[in-house]
Design a binder for this molecule. Structure first.
Ligand SMILES: Nc1ncnc2c1ncn2[C@@H]1O[C@H](COP(=O)(O)OP(=O)(O)OP(=O)(O)O)[C@@H](O)[C@H]1O
Ligand SMILES: [Mg+2]
Length: 266
């Protein structure tokens, strides 16, 4: 694959919209498509990848890798049910405020590793803008409510400021009869959606079993939407990157294309 590794940050302005859930399952879906994937728990406030996967990571993690206490390679955990590699959150309970130079050194280092994809689960809110150059794109997650959609547009503006390509993913679609429809979310956000992920009971089952939804049932509505998302990313990642991705990208997006062809649910 060209542009190895293709780095995607999973971000949202508002907390609790499904970043970790989607980061984990997207990584697994990519593995099923035979790509090599490194999943990084980059949430410096409340890392929860290990918790969701039922991994006991007593060893070193993201914090130690950034601080340079250990080699980055030595923090990579092999999640054995499948061939997924993870840099878990640190077991340390101390508040962690990464030093910007060290943070950049970490991302520079992983951006040279032999993976097809690197998926980073971010904390809610912004990320250090110095990281812009390492990421191919940011997945901005929102739920279908006005607070999340409006706040997501701020994150999009931040990405634009630092010239990082970004796409909107609407999660938990179908959660409530009072939720906004896709067009309303897009209007508040100011761009079209790249993907829609449905509300699915399998996520509560996954949380209680500490097992990713995708590994519980690959045919669930959630897993199938994740497959569609990962396929869209692999198509995008294989393409040569245009010089100005923001403009040239607009008309070629999956969501827009599906809608044009009448494949979408709308
Ligand atoms: N598609 C979905 N269907 C049903 N429940 C979901 C879905 N996506 C996420 N959830 C639920 O929403 C809650 C938040 O999910 P998650 O922890 O992935 O969000 P987050 O954005 O990573 O949160 P934080 O900002 O705290 O890191 C969890 O209880 C999760 O089970
Ligand atoms: Mg999270």
């Amino acid at each position: 694959m060209e542009n190895k590794p293709y780095m995607i940050m999973i971000a949202s302005q508002k907390g609790g919209v499904g970043k970790t859930t989607i980061a984990i399952n997207l990584a697994i879906s990519l593995i099923y498509q035979k790509y090599s994937v490194l999943l990084v728990d980059g949430d410096i406030f409340t890392s929860s990848v290990s918790e969701q996967l039922g991994i006991i990571s007593e060893g070193n993690g993201y914090k130690e890798a950034i601080e340079g206490d250990v080699k980055v390679e030595d923090t990579i955990f092999a999640y054995e049910p499948i061939n997924l590699r993870i840099i878990p959150g640190s077991p340390s309970k101390e508040h962690f405020e990464p030093n910007p130079e060290k943070l950049e050194r970490f991302y520079k280092q992983i951006s040279k590793m032999e993976f097809d994809f690197i998926i980073v689960d971010n904390q809610p809110g912004l990320f250090n803008n110095m990281l812009a150059r390492y990421f191919n794109e940011v997945a901005i997650l929102t739920t279908a409510d006005s607070t999340a959609a409006v706040s997501s547009s701020k994150l999009a503006a931040y990405c634009d400021k630092y010239k990082i390509k970004h796409r909107l993913i609407i999660n938990r679609v179908g959660y409530s009869k009072f939720e906004l429809n896709v067009e309303q979310v897009e209007k508040l956000f100011g761009d079209i959606a790249f993907a829609e992920i449905p509300e699915d009971m399998i996520i509560s089952e996954s949380l209680s079993k500490h097992k990713p939804a995708y590994l519980i049932d690959r045919n669930s509505a959630f897993s199938m939407a994740i497959d569609e998302l990962s396929r869209a990313y692999t198509l995008r990642a294989g393409e040569p990157q245009p010089a100005f991705p923001f403009e040239s990208d607009r008309n070629s997006r999956g969501g827009f294309f599906s809608r044009l062809m009448g494949w979408g649910s709308r």
